[in-house]
Write a protein that binds this ligand. Structure first.
Ligand SMILES: [Fe+2]
Length: 244
C-alpha cells in the first residue's frame, strides 16, 4: 500500500478483541506543558515538542511556526481573558474545562468553549505528530481500527472523505466511544469529542490555517501528507490509557 496511507502498511485485522473497563485521562501532561511558558494568566502556551521544521517536507516550518506561535497562542491568550474574573475556572485545566462546559458560567461559556477547545485540541495535535515515529504496530489500537475500517486503505479513504466533507473549519477525529470502540467523527470550530461523550484519541486540524501556506486549497494533499508523520507510538499508548 502507499506510504501516504493513514493507517500504516500493515493490514488491519477485523476483530472484536477490545477489552477493559473504565478510562484514564491524564491532565498532568497538559498541566506540565502549560507550565513551560509564561504570559499572564493561568494558561500557558505549551512549547512545541519539536522544531518548527521537524515535520518537513510534509508540514512546512513556516506553517508550524505561525500555527503554534500565533494561532495556538491566541487561543491560550483568549482563554486567559475569558477566565480572568472566574477564580474557579482558573484552577481547571483546558481538558477539565471542555469536559465540563455546562458548569462554565453562560456569560463566558462560548469563549471558554472556543479557546479552551483550541488550546486542548492543538496540544493534542502537536503530540500526535512525529516524523519517523514508525508504523502502527500490532495491538489493541490496530485491532480497533481494523474493526472499524477493515483494512488500512479503507481507513485512509474514509478518514480523507470525512476531512473533505467537513464544511468550514473544524477537526476530524478518531475518538473512543463509550463501548471502547473507535469512532470516526468531525467537530466544527474548536469543539471536542468530549461534547458528545467520546474520548478524543487523534484529531486532525482541518482549519485552513493548518495547511494553506503550503497546500492552498488542496486539503486532500494536506491530509495525505499528515499521514506520513503520525506519532503511532503515542497514539497506541493513548488508546491503551483511554480503554484501560
Ligand atoms: Fe489549528
Amino acid at each position: 500500500m502507499s506510504s501516504t496511507s493513514l493507517f500504516s502498511r500493515r493490514h488491519l485485522l477485523r476483530t472484536s478483541a477490545l477489552a477493559g473497563a473504565g478510562f484514564f485521562i491524564s491532565t498532568r501532561v497538559t498541566r506540565t506543558l502549560a507550565q513551560a511558558a509564561a504570559p499572564s494568566g493561568p494558561f500557558k502556551l505549551p512549547p512545541l515538542p519539536y522544531a518548527f521544521d521537524a515535520l518537513e517536507p510534509y508540514i512546512d516550518a513556516r506553517t508550524m511556526e505561525i500555527h503554534h506561535d500565533k494561532h495556538h497562542a491566541a487561543y491560550v491568550n483568549n482563554l486567559n481573558k475569558a477566565v480572568a474574573d472566574y477564580p474557579d475556572l482558573q484552577k481547571m485545566t483546558a481538558e477539565e474545562l471542555v469536559r465540563n462546559l455546562d458548569k462554565v458560567p453562560e456569560k463566558v461559556r462560548t469563549a471558554v468553549r472556543n479557546n479552551a477547545g483550541g488550546d486542548y485540541n492543538h496540544t493534542l495535535f502537536w503530540q500526535s505528530l512525529k516524523k519517523d515515529a514508525g508504523p502502527l504496530q500490532e495491538g489493541p489500537l490496530q485491532e480497533a481500527l481494523g474493526e472499524l475500517f477493515g483494512d488500512s486503505e479503507t481507513g485512509h479513504r474514509e478518514f480523507l472523505a470525512k476531512a473533505l466533507g467537513l464544511f468550514g473549519s473544524g477537526w476530524v477525529w478518531l475518538s473512543v466511544g463509550k463501548d471502547k470502540k473507535i469512532v470516526l467523527e468531525t467537530t466544527p470550530n474548536q469543539d471536542t469529542p468530549w461534547a458528545s461523550g467520546n474520548q478524543p484519541l487523534f484529531g486532525l486540524d482541518v482549519w485552513e490555517h493548518a495547511y494553506y501556506l503550503k497546500y492552498q486549497n488542496r486539503r486532500a494533499d494536506y491530509v495525505s501528507a499528515v499521514a506520513n508523520v503520525i506519532n503511532w507510538p503515542f497514539l497506541q499508548d493513548r488508546f491503551d490509557k483511554l480503554t484501560a
